[in-house]
Design a protein around this ligand. Structure first.
Ligand code: HEC
Length: 161
């Protein structure tokens, strides 16, 4: 009898701990997701804003030095039927599979795939996988760009292509 009571009590305590632990994991997950998001924004501000503008509207300070105007990155979804074209955007940012060549060739947009593979800053420790890091940067960037899309008058029900 007595031991059953203890067992019950123990179970309840364990369940309480499990709930607390689960809450902790959820909180940690949110914090980590937030950090990832900020990573995308940081990469954007560092590498893209000079041409595409702080808010992605294609009006960065480099604009007047360019032959082609940088794309308004907030309208990517709008121009694709309201759906953010991740694959296309990813390919054009990476640029390594582009048939046009480099910043000094027919393509004004830099080939970021090679830039993102660049060596780590001095003082970085541990083994690195440059290709993986480049991909992660791209994924973070896509996440950021997908969140700055102009959602006015868009959506799957919109009839523009
Ligand atoms: C040196 C200026 C410059 C910088 C820096 C730059 N871009 Fe661009 N980008 C351009 C220009 C110019 C275009 C439009 C013409 C072209 O595609 O070459 C463009 C086009 C694009 C497009 C549209 C391509 C398409 O398929 O329509 C995307 C997406 C893009 N840039 C993302 C980025 C991201 C993300 C970064 C930062 C990692 C970045 N750009 C940095 C100049 C730049």
């Amino acid at each position: 009898m007595r031991s059953a009571g203890w067992a019950k009590h123990g179970m309840r305590r364990l369940a309480g701990k499990a709930v607390a632990l689960a809450a902790l994991f959820v909180a940690a997950g949110i914090v980590m997701a937030q950090a990832r998001r900020d990573a995308g924004e940081r990469t954007y501000k560092t590498f893209c804003a000079s041409c595409h503008g702080a808010a992605g509207k294609g009006d960065g300070p480099m604009l007047r030095h360019l032959v082609q105007a940088p794309t308004d990155l907030t309208l990517l979804a709008k121009h694709h039927g309201g759906v953010f074209p991740s694959l296309r955007v990813s390919d054009s940012i990476d640029g390594r599979s582009s048939r046009e060549n480099g910043p000094h060739g027919s393509r004004e947009m830099p080939v970021w795939g090679t830039v993102f593979r660049a060596p780590a800053a001095p003082g970085t420790v541990g083994p690195r996988d440059p290709e993986r890091e480049a991909r992660q940067r791209l994924v973070d960037l896509l996440d950021y760009l997908s969140r700055i899309q102009d959602r006015s008058a868009t959506g799957r029900d919109s009839n523009q292509e």
